[in-house]
Design a protein around this ligand. Sequence first.
Ligand SMILES: [Zn+2]
Length: 173
Amino acid sequence: MASYAHLVARERCPGCSAEIAGLTMDLIGFQWGYCPSRQPWNDLFYRVGDAIRWRLDDKGRIPPWVYFVGALQGGNVGDPSARDLLVRALDLNGYGLTCAACGMSDIAISIRGGHIVGLEPGLADCDIAVVGPDGQMHPRPDWDHHPMPEIPKVRSRTLATGEGLVIAGKRAP
Ligand SMILES: [Zn+2]
């Protein structure tokens, strides 16, 4: 059931700076923002620096924490009002990345101001942590299994930033 977004990046381990080995096509999976499919979806791969994308409903709003009805089971995972956070970095099987060089696990994708900035050490006990204005990590274990109801069929394929700015050239499948 789970859907993923993917970052294409040759990133270094936040623990030891070795290149993360064993990634398929440099793909790092995660679950935040619009996640189009269970499988990697080339048209929507992220690069470092990209704004997190959200799918709009037919009224132009971003429904948080929903699946969109459809064969691919895409969904908006999370809530765009959270703009500074860490989300667990995953391999293509949905397991957390581990650095082969130093053994660090619990590696996270760092999102600041709604943009992907790179990898950081993550948290052991949950997949998402919100970063407060003070830089403090606020673990959100309650978000690991947040309810994701399906919403009735949405026709719009438009994607937008968390502020609702439409992203040209990127559409939901
Ligand atoms: Zn390492």
